[in-house]
Design a protein around this ligand. Structure first.
Ligand code: NAD
Length: 358
């Protein structure tokens, strides 16, 4: 396949960094990582590929129109993969402003910068150009029946400031395709997990608390159901969509792994019993004894589950990991990569950021 130049926003985050590592390690595509480096951005996550000729970095805010224009003019992308976002639901409840700014205004600003660049491209490059917006299944709200699945035509019904801001950005992207003909694609994915996941998210939070002998806080009764996908499977799916997907289409991406939160935490505890029995903190008999139930978050969605048959049928993508194999790999990764998460926990991952430019 011909090598593309792909501009990736949010490439210092959890999923964006997995996409970048995948592209540099497995393809000849050239990538530019455009990231503001908020608390969630961590260049350690792309350290394995950052010296490659296929990689460059721009410390830029997606809300900064002039800086975006400059990056487009300099990098001359064939495609944009837009992952930059504020992504943590709890933070969106405590302070929605950044979510409105980055997820809605930032997407609008990026769409406009992309449109202005795309309109100036020669005919052939213009036709081949792609804008891929990466979104979440949380835009669909939640499911209460046991058999229902989110499909690409499920009506939007977001519950949290996070999911409402992502829903807004999806609408903007589709409107830019309908109104201006910008060649866009949208993907909506279920919960991801895997290596390099910021420790505030459920799975790494539980692993690191367990290793520190701290309580494992489970919201409500722990019966909320999430559909889990290993992040490297998501990265492969995203690359398939941007290179082979049909313009104007939406693809749902999921792992067919519906699990109750409490089940996820118990499985993590048993994997830790097996893989880290010798690292148990003093006074802890079983990792599972650390589980504590805490007051549920407001508006907590009950169940998410994705019907990913369209991407499988049309683009031939399927997850390679089951929940069991993916979770085992994830626990082993956190046990073997203490330096990565210790630098996050002690704040060192943010050192030397100012002035760190492409
Ligand atoms: P993340 O929070 O780990 O990373 C987000 C990245 O965006 C960070 O590197 C951050 O520095 C950057 N960023 C934030 N604001 C920015 C701004 N104004 N300008 C430039 N960069 C900025 O998020 P993630 O989990 O990797 O998610 C990536 C995308 O995938 C998001 O759009 C999210 O909505 C979507 N998504 C995530 C999941 C999941 O389970 N994590 C599932 C489905 C979809």
């Amino acid at each position: 396949m011909e090598a593309f130049r792909i501009l990736i926003t949010g490439g210092a985050g959890f999923i964006g960094s997995a996409v970048i590592r995948y592209l540099v390690e497995n393809t000849s595509h050239v990538v530019a990582n455009l990231d503001k480096l908020t608390y969630a951005g961590n260049l350690d996550s792309v350290a394995a590929v950052s010296s490659s000729d296929q990689y460059r970095f721009y410390q830029v805010d997606v809300c900064d129109c002039a800086a975006l224009d400059k990056v487009f003019a300099e990098f001359q992308p064939d495609a944009v993969m837009h992952l930059a976002a504020e992504s943590h639901v709890d933070r969106s409840i405590d302070g929605p402003a950044d979510f409105i700014e980055t997820n809605i205004v930032g997407t609008y600003t990026l769409l406009e910068a992309t449109r202005s660049y795309w309109q100036g491209l020669p005919t052939e490059r213009k036709a081949a150009f792609r804008f891929h917006h990466i979104s979440t299944d949380e835009v669909y709200g939640d499911l209460h029946g046991t058999d229902d699945l989110f499909t690409e035509t499920t009506p939007y019904a977001p519950s949290s400031p996070y999911s409402a801001s992502k829903a807004s950005s999806d609408h903007l992207v589709r409107a830019w395709q309908r109104t201006y003909g910008l060649p866009t694609l949208v993907t909506n994915c279920s919960n991801n997990y895997g290596p390099y996941h910021f420790p505030e998210k459920l799975i790494p939070h539980m692993i690191l608390n367990a290793l520190a002998g701290k309580p494992l806080p489970v919201y409500g009764d722990g019966n909320q159901i999430r559909d889990w996908l290993y992040v490297e499977d998501h990265a492969r799916a995203l690359v398939k969509v941007v290179t082979e997907g049909e313009v104007g289409e939406t693809y749902n991406i999921g792992g067919h792994n519906e699990k109750r939160n409490i089940e996820v935490v118990r499985t993590l505890c048993s994997l830790l019993e097996e893989l880290a029995a010798d690292q148990k903190p003093a006074g802890v008999a079983r990792y599972e004894d650390l589980i504590t139930f805490v007051k549920d978050r407001p508006g907590h969605d009950v169940r998410y589950a994705i019907d990913a048959s369209k991407i499988e049928r049309e683009l031939g993508w399927k997850p390679e990991e089951t929940f069991e194999t993916g979770l085992r790999k994830t626990v082993a990764w956190y046990l073997n990569n203490r330096e990565w998460w210790q630098r996050v926990l002690n704040g060192d991952y943010q050192l030397g950021r100012l002035g760190e430019k492409a």
